[in-house]
Write a protein that binds this ligand. Structure first.
Ligand code: ZN
Length: 251
């Protein structure tokens, strides 16, 4: 029986195409999505970050002429150690993986790489990008940080994990994977920085950091619509600004 999820998509340049099509398309911009495989409370799948960043990367790739790379599904999730279903690589490994991928893209003529980070625990992504841009002047690497205006979510700022935001997004993207009957809301009395000191299971045993019970598919739909629009605007604008700044630089 064929795999039902693998279908051609003429709107997206990705690894479903052959080398012949890449040779013709000669993509100059690549999108590298970073997902995660880690607990997201009792109500969301462990692949939540991966599914959400897959969705965003696909929607960007439908709207901009980019090479959409496969998502890296396992990244720095050791802040979920002790929670079954969570698996991680270290910061050091992620640095090496992203660097190797960027350099292999550079060797075939890609001069712009967008890191689409779907996992807040990848703190190391910023220094990786800073180092690559310092060391390789013929490839520009940007961190996609779209600013979503008018957020539909009402949970307190700092609600960073498996709360109203992520749950609403999954209700829109993959409703069959969400168990709203298990959704809880928590107010964790720590900032995100406490993940530098302890795993999330020690800070909040439910593994939820936010108001998951307030999530709805409609909020998720609104958010995704605004996120995609902001991302599609941010990518060309950021590269244009980088070109301007680098063009004037003497360093
Ligand atoms: Zn997440």
């Amino acid at each position: 029986m064929p795999l039902p999820s693998i279908q051609p998509d003429p709107e997206i340049l990705d690894h479903r195409r052959s080398t012949v099509e890449f040779a013709t398309a000669k993509p100059d911009i690549a999108l590298l999505p970073l997902g995660a495989t880690e607990q997201h409370g009792a109500h969301l799948p462990c692949g939540t970050d991966t599914f959400a960043v897959d969705y965003l990367a696909d929607e960007i790739a439908r709207r901009l002429p980019v090479w959409r790379l496969p998502t890296i599904p396992i990244t720095v999730s050791h802040m979920h150690r002790g929670s079954p279903g969570s698996v991680w690589i270290t910061n050091t490994t992620l640095i090496a993986v992203v660097k190797d991928i960027v350099l292999s893209l550079r060797s075939q003529g890609v001069s712009r790489v967008v890191i689409v980070n779907g996992h807040g625990g990848n703190f190391v992504v910023r220094p990786i990008i800073q180092d690559l841009n310092r060391d390789y002047l013929d490839v520009h690497v940007m961190l996609l940080e779209p600013v979503v205006r008018e957020s539909p979510f009402t949970e307190p700022p700092g609600s960073i994990h498996a709360g109203e935001s992520e749950t609403s997004r999954l209700l829109h993207i993959a409703p069959a994977l969400v168990r709203m009957d298990r959704a809880v809301s928590t107010d964790v009395p720590y900032s995100q920085s406490f993940l530098l000191y302890a795993p999330i299971a020690d800070l909040e045993p439910s593994g939820v950091w936010g108001h998951a019970a307030d999530a709805t598919a409609e909020k998720g739909r609104l958010y995704e619509e605004r996120l995609i629009a902001a991302a599609v605007e941010a990518i060309p604008a950021t590269f244009a600004a980088i070109d301007r700044i680098v063009g004037q630089s003497s360093r």
